[in-house]
Design a protein around this ligand. Structure first.
Ligand code: SF4
Ligand code: SF4
Length: 79
């Protein structure tokens, strides 16, 4: 079933380890030019092709990533 998905990254938890960058099958995560308050360069999502596979959230050692998936509405079936 087609899904629309995105991720929200808690940049204050991110340490810029790039494990999520390597885990993303659509290469949608990249280190950004921004730094968090602890001085780490943080990751951002740079694609609209996120599939919601959750790989990034599973590998993140700091639980900084939340994945949101939205099923596309199905047309009602009529008999
Ligand atoms: S949920 Fe999957 S496709 Fe989306 S950013 Fe994370 S690893 Fe990439
Ligand atoms: S795996 Fe987590 S801590 Fe590492 S770069 Fe990605 S979001 Fe940041």
């Amino acid at each position: 079933m087609p899904v629309k998905a995105t991720v929200i990254i808690d940049t204050e938890l991110c340490k810029g380890c790039e494990l999520c960058v390597m885990a993303c099958p659509v290469k949608g995560l990249q280190l950004s030019d921004r730094f968090n308050l602890k001085g780490y360069r943080v990751v951002e999502l740079y694609t609209e092709n996120c599939t919601g596979c959750v790989n990034c959230a599973l590998v993140c050692p700091d639980a900084a990533i939340a994945v949101y998936r939205e099923k596309k509405p199905q047309k009602a079936q009529t008999a």
